[in-house]
Design a protein around this ligand. Sequence first.
Ligand code: NDP
Length: 299
Amino acid sequence: MIRVAFLGLGDIGAPIASHLTRDPFELTVWNRTASRADEFAAEHKVSVARTAADAVRSADVVVTCLPSSAEVEAVLHGEQGILEALRKGAVVVDCTSGDPPTSRSIAAELGGRGVDFIDAPVSGGTAGAKAGTLTVMWGGEETVFERVRSVIEAFGKKIVHAGGVGAGDALKAVNNALLAVHILSTAEGLAVLAKAGVDPKIALDVINASSGRSNSSENLFPQRVLTREFPRTFRLALLDKDIGIAAVLAEDLEVRTPIIALAAERFHEAREKLGEEADHVEAVRVIEDENGVKIAAFK
Ligand code: NDP
């Protein structure tokens, strides 16, 4: 039996945790808003802890899935922080899309207490989380990973060692920067075409058989923009955070990335306009509003 504590039952945390509710795992969950943990427990065989410290006290593996590394820090050090409660010999698997320097400093602090850490951000969205087919890019030591392999395999399909602690975060941030660029550039291109009298549905059909295609053009735009559904699966605020991490990483490493920097700026503006609860694909609405055009089928 592997005792797992899961902290953070958000949009992607909850479906990830759902794969840890069966043998050989014994799962205890904690969520800042307790009602969310109670809702999860109504559907799954788990224990609910009232504090994060209570959740981790006897855990072999602690999985965190929080908005950013700042919240991971807060959960470690805050009023009811878990730092003192973590068992010596435990491993913290941080599925947050975090930032490399903070992950490295957390790993160093935990290491001093006999607790190991790997950053293990994921991609594949809430659908991949539900299906247990996420891609997991992890950073840290092989020997540590081996101790948590079964936990990660419970929700991950493609599991890749990115490098030392923080490498998973770096890879995730750059992936999401590309996602942001693709959403913006696809919206801009379709806005031009709509104004030029080309039906966006026909335009996407051609782009998706041509070299301009991406996951955004193949999946996000047909399923979410043309349909005007814009479902909330991944908050725009979180993508803004990710592209910001990529931009800072580039700056720290003195790599010139004007396209990523501009996309970061545009997503920041979109977050200010659309708020904390909007979905990431809704950034398209800002481009539509600015240009007085709708990216929807003509008929
Ligand atoms: P959500 O915003 O849906 O959930 C965030 C979770 O963190 C909630 O459980 C929330 O608790 C908790 N939380 C927020 N602030 C604090 C705090 N100060 N202290 C303790 N707990 C806190 O985010 P997601 O689940 O979508 O994302 C989690 C991570 O996974 C992020 O880093 C995101 O970038 C990444 N990710 C998300 C994907 C997606 O498709 N959604 C895809 C891939 C990665 P409460 O319920 O109280 O608000």
